[in-house]
Write a protein that binds this ligand. Structure first.
Ligand SMILES: Nc1ncnc2c1ncn2[C@@H]1O[C@H](COP(=O)(O)OP(=O)(O)OP(=O)(O)O)[C@@H](O)[C@H]1O
Length: 559
């Protein structure tokens, strides 16, 4: 009613761009994957639609085809890009570089497309949806609103927490039995489709597509708008994009030479004054959010898969295991078995190969030679999430948790591989196996379920990680120096928990430990590693009285 034609036009475009910025934020702000590639998916969607409408016509059937292709083609490209970017052990830099290359390649393809793509002039004058200026303004507004609300619900849901978990600690996700690579590929594919939908709206509302909308400069602008609005919030990128695009459209006409300087100064000022973006400013004026309803802990019925191996059968069997880093042999000819209920301490001087052994037992791709079996199944070549599914839980030396999440969210993620979390709601009941509940009660974490993990003490983070690993209901737990940096009381608590897990629940445990008093109190067996070889395997007393072990620890045994 009160906007002029120019403003309607600009705001329609800004709202479509804001949809795109939400996709950038879900990837970068929430999942930690910095991407410049969303412009390419947007451009591909817009060109797919414009090419159909230009070369085939704009009958209702063809408009429907243009709509379908504008979503499907970017999704297919997104699937390939996701697969290339997130293969196992690819670094985050890899994904970012691919996201840089994608818009550059897409623009080149458009340039060399001749009359099909309109080359450098783009496509114009094709038939579009018959909505008119106001109609497209409303359509863009509704689409943006629907996407904003959907994204808002999703990031607050139990499934949405997975994105932040991947950003915080992808390795821990894999060791909770999740497949972060597959999740990121799925996210890239879906968000490429959303970007394509925005491209379809753009191609129809503007009536023109040009190579710039597929390009790297536009991809970078989207990242900047998201950062200035406030990444990791849904409303931030919407405000940043609409605000800056609208201002640019107005001021670039009136101040053609000064405008870039103005926007540059604004960026610098914002980064200094509001490093968390515009959304942080808005949050200051909003009433504080009411605390979420109390989280209720309940008991999860045992999965039943646990401790099925008979006492005498080996749960873990290691045969002639070897590990090399290049030409450096760090493990050689290791042979040992572990049965259910055994608590084996792994000791040895620094550099003996203890952590390398734990790595080989929990990530089959680390094994250089030999065979490792868990409950009779060979794990060579299997990734951590596949080995978790066989019943192996790993606790790291430095507490590996999700710092940006609440305690309850971390624990729920430990169940996510078996109980699909809701993509819409955050449940108020948290059902955990009894053993995990016991750890929470013993350490007082059961009263801190809504507390951010970043606020926990070092000892509580260690206990939380242990509770997460135990919530996986493993048959074998690998623990790397679980008492490092803990107080005496905390050590006693952890020791008691480990004894209970092994003696009462029949879980097997391998504990890397330097504290020999602790080893003496908890272990049923001790394995000594020295220079990558197993030099002794026996009871605590046999090892404690061994002359060889005394010599190794005094630095006297070489070769
Ligand atoms: N990624 C790697 N690349 C090359 N060499 C490595 C790598 N990781 C470990 N090593 C080497 O392998 C050997 C065994 O290391 P590892 O960390 O397994 O020993 P450790 O017994 O756990 O020692 P610590 O008690 O100090 O943690 C060391 O010589 C180490 O330098």
């Amino acid at each position: 009613m009160f906007l002029d034609r120019f403003t309607l036009n600009v705001l329609t475009r800004s709202m479509i761009y804001a949809m795109l910025a939400i996709t950038v934020d879900l990837l970068w702000g929430f999942t930690g994957v910095l991407t410049f590639g969303q412009a390419a998916f947007f451009g591909i969607g817009a060109y797919a639609a414009a090419m159909i409408l230009t070369h085939m016509g704009a009958s209702p059937g063809l408009i429907a085809l243009a709509f379908a292709l504008a979503i499907i083609v970017p999704m297919l490209v997104g699937l390939v890009v996701g697969w290339l970017s997130f293969s196992y052990k690819a670094t985050p830099l890899y994904a970012t570089v691919i996201s840089l290359v994608l818009p550059i390649v897409t623009t080149q393809v458009v340039f060399s497309g001749g009359q099909w793509t309109g080359s450098s002039s783009g496509l114009v004058g094709y038939g579009t949806l018959p909505f008119g200026l106001v109609g497209f303004f409303r359509l863009a507004g509704v689409c943006l609103l629907v996407l904003t609300v959907a994204a808002w619900f999703f990031v607050r849901s139990d499934a949405g927490k997975l994105l932040v978990a991947i950003r915080d600690n992808e390795v821990r996700c894999a060791y909770l039995g999740l497949n972060p690579q597959r999740l990121k590929i799925a996210l890239t594919t879906v968000l490429a489709g959303v970007a394509g939908l925005a491209g379809f709206l753009f191609a129809n509302s503007s009536g023109v597509v040009a190579p710039e909308i597929t390009g790297f400069v536009f991809g970078t602008e989207l990242v900047i708008w998201t950062a200035l609005g406030g990444r990791g919030t849904i409303i931030g990128p919407v405000m940043g994009t609409i605000g800056i695009d609208y201002l640019s459209a107005n001021l670039s006409g009136e101040l053609p030479f000064l405008w870039n300087l103005v926007i540059g100064t604004l960026f610098v000022a914002m980064i200094i004054l509001l490093p968390n973006g515009l959304a942080a400013l808005v949050a200051k004026f909003l009433p504080a959010r009411r605390g979420a309803g109390a989280m209720r802990l309940t008991n999860l019925a045992a999965a039943g898969a646990q401790v099925t191996a008979p006492e005498e059968a080996a749960l873990l069997s290691v045969k002639d295991l070897g590990k090399t880093y290049g030409s450096l042999k760090v493990l050689e000819g290791l042979d040992f078995d572990i049965r259910p209920g055994e608590l084996v301490s792994l000791v040895g001087p620094n550099g003996a190969g203890k952590t390398s052994l734990m790595r080989c037992l929990s990530d089959g791709t680390e094994i250089s030679s030999g065979v490792v079996r868990v409950a009779g199944q060979e794990i060579n070549g299997r990734t951590p999430n596949e080995i978790v599914a066989l019943g192996v839980g790993r606790k790291f030396q430095v507490a590996s948790v999700f710092e940006s999440l609440a305690v309850a969210d971390c624990l729920r993620l430990a169940l996510a591989a078996r109980h699909r979390p809701s993509p819409v709601t955050r449940e108020s009941d948290l059902a955990l196996p009894t053993a995990a509940l016991d750890i929470l009660r013993l350490t007082g974490l059961d009263h801190m379920l809504e507390r951010p993990v970043a606020d926990l003490s070092h000892g509580l983070k260690q206990s939380l990680e242990l509770a997460m690993v135990v919530a996986l209901e493993p048959r074998l737990i690998l623990l790397d120096e679980p008492t490092a940096g803990l107080t005496k009381t905390e050590r006693t608590t952890i020791g008691g928990i480990l004894q209970k897990l092994t003696r009462e629940l029949g879980i097997a445990a391998i504990v890397v430990e330097h504290d020999l008093d602790f080893v003496r109190t908890i272990s049923s067996r001790v394995v000594v590693l020295h220079q990558g070889r197993l030099v002794l395997d026996g009871t605590v007393d046999a090892v404690a009285n061994s002359e060889l072990v005394k010599t190794i620890y005094s630095g006297g045994a070489h070769g």
